[in-house]
Structure formats: structure tokens, C-alpha cells
Design a protein around this ligand. Structure first.
Ligand code: 13P
Length: 303
């Protein structure tokens, strides 16, 4: 497939594409509107755990809402985490989900084999990369253990960060990319996924740090755009440095979801919740990522 996809264009330009999850379907329209109003470029994405946990109903429903509100000059649709082994250790029949999304017209997909041993992750990823490339779209993969808040007992974050537990191994990453031909690689460098469990989903996310030296080593070893999952709640200085070290796509879910849910609770109406999503997304694009107005540059480079 043509390798100059839009995330690669961002990577080469030293900038980033925010990827916004839509755990509740009504979040989609205000997110897209904020991207358009900021003349930015972003991905809209949905993950299996979200349609199982929240109200976005699955890849077909997200695709349908995307078609109604989207503008290809500003947003594309990405299939986020489809795990080979789910968080509860259940095996997932991942290939039909991914092929369904491809047939629905998703612009890119992700296969998450990160709970497998290296060889099995390579084999599953390689298979999905071939399917995606046959359809002419890029494929994201994951290596390393990005832990999720509220999904079981975790050591204190500072301890976790200092120990480097679960960080993507540099040598494994080089082999993984060479053998799978994945287009974008999601890495673990201190980032955490926000909680989705009932008990923890409303809590303020732990402020994560990023090991920037480790990230630079991963960039040098892999030579592909890197993806930062768990984008909510990371101090901006880390994020800007991470972009300079190869992060070209950042996934954000919890922060915008919590704005929506808080808007529903305090404003009491769907319109108030959507307004909160619009505000939060606008702030993220303009003031946090600083990517307002950059879509022309990215689209020209990737055309
Ligand atoms: P946050 O919920 O921490 O923003 O992470 C989102 C994510 O990585 C989705 O894949």
C-alpha cells in the first residue's frame, strides 16, 4: 500500500494527529465540529471495550454517525483496540470485527496483540496487516503493556514508572516492526489507559509521566510513527516532547468522555453535555496539542 498515510505525514512533519474516542455516540458530532472549527485534522475512533461498556453500540453505529457528521477534509475514522486477548483474558474472535470495519469503510484499523507473547503477537499482527494492506489502509499495532486504571490492583504509579514495568522493549520493537510491517506502533513508556469500570470511570485519571529517553530509543529502533495511548491526563510538556520523539498519533478518551458525562449530570440535558464535549475538544486541539490550522499541511503531504 502507499505508505504516505496521514499519520506518517504528521510524523515526518514533527506534529501529531489527535485521535478522539467516542464512547457515547452523541459525542461524535461536537468533536467533529470542534475539529472543523479549529481547521485541524483528527481521527475519530472506537474501541471494542467502549462498545461493550458505554453507549456507542459498535463499529456500524459509529460509522453511521460518522457519515452523517464528518468531513473527510478534517476527520477520518479509525478502529481502535481490537484485542486478540481481552482484558478479562478471554480470547476474542478479532478478525471478523476488523474485516467488518474494513467493509464498513473505516480508514485504518488497529490489532492489539499486546497480551500475547512476542511471537504470537507478531503472527496475529502480520495477518491483520496483510488484510488491511490488501484493502489499501494502514494498520496500527501494540507492543508492551499499557496498564489500565481500575482494572485490578496496580503498584503506586511512581513505582511503576521508575521500574519501567511493561515498557515496550527496544529490541523487540525493532523485530516486531520489521516482521509485521505495521504502519504505526503503540508503545508503553509510562502512559496508562483511563478507567472504564463502573467503580473507577468517574475518577480523575492519574497524572502520568513519559520516559522520553526510552521513547527516543524506540523511535530510532523502529522507524515508524509511534502512537501514544492513554492521552488523557499527561502534562503538556511531556506530550510536546513526545511528539518531537516520534509520537504522531495520540488517543484521547477519558477526558472528553468525563466532560460529556459531567455535562449530562450538571447541565441535565444532552445539549449541555455536547457543549461540554465541544469545549473540551476545542481546548485540546487549540491549547493543549496546538494543532489548530494544520490540516492543509498534512493533507497536502499525504495526497
Ligand atoms: P485515555 O482514556 O486515557 O484518554 O486513553 C484513550 C486511549 O488510549 C484509547 O485507545
Amino acid at each position: 500500500m502507499g505508505r504516505m498515510d496521514v499519520v506518517r505525514a504528521a510524523w515526518e512533519a514533527g506534529t501529531v494527529i489527535p485521535a478522539f474516542n467516542v464512547p457515547h455516540l452523541p459525542m461524535l458530532a461536537p468533536i467533529v465540529q470542534a475539529v472543523i472549527d479549529q481547521d485541524a485534522f483528527a481521527l475519530i475512533e472506537t474501541a471494542r471495550i467502549e462498545w461493550l461498556t458505554f453507549e456507542c453500540y459498535g463499529p456500524a453505529a459509529v460509522r453511521e454517525a460518522f457519515e452523517r457528521f464528518s468531513d473527510p477534509q478534517h476527520v477520518r475514522l479509525h478502529l481502535d483496540h481490537v484485542p486478540v486477548v481481552a482484558e478479562d483474558d478471554e480470547a476474542v474472535d478479532y478478525l471478523p470485527i476488523i474485516t467488518q470495519a474494513i467493509h464498513l469503510g473505516y480508514d485504518s484499523v488497529m490489532i492489539d496483540g499486546s497480551r500475547l507473547h512476542l511471537d504470537a503477537n507478531i503472527a496475529a499482527t502480520r495477518q491483520v496487516v496483510c488484510v488491511a494492506h490488501d484493502a489499501g489502509i494502514p494498520c496500527e499495532a501494540e507492543l508492551g503493556a499499557i496498564l489500565r486504571e481500575g482494572a485490578g490492583p496496580l503498584p503506586p504509579y511512581a513505582e511503576l514508572f521508575e521500574s519501567g514495568l511493561g515498557f515496550t522493549d527496544v529490541e523487540q520493537a525493532a523485530r516486531f516492526v520489521a516482521e509485521t510491517d505495521c504502519d504505526w506502533l503503540s508503545v508503553a513508556v509510562g502512559n496508562l489507559h483511563g478507567a472504564v469500570s463502573k467503580a473507577f470511570k468517574d475518577r480523575k485519571k492519574t497524572t502520568a509521566r513519559l520516559n522520553l529517553d526510552h521513547l527516543a530509543r524506540l523511535r530510532a529502533a523502529t522507524g515508524v510513527p509511534l502512537v501514544l495511548h492513554g492521552g488523557s491526563g499527561i502534562p503538556r510538556t511531556y506530550v510536546l516532547e513526545a511528539i518531537q520523539r516520534g509520537i504522531a498519533k495520540i488517543n484521547v478518551a477519558t477526558e472528553v468522555r468525563q466532560a460529556f458525562e459531567e455535562g449530562l449530570r450538571s447541565g441535565g440535558s444532552l445539549e449541555a453535555a455536547k457543549a461540554a464535549v465541544y469545549e473540551r475538544t476545542t481546548w485540546l486541539i487549540r491549547d493543549y496539542f496546538g494543532v489548530a490550522g494544520q490540516r492543509h499541511q498534512l493533507l497536502e503531504a499525504s495526497s
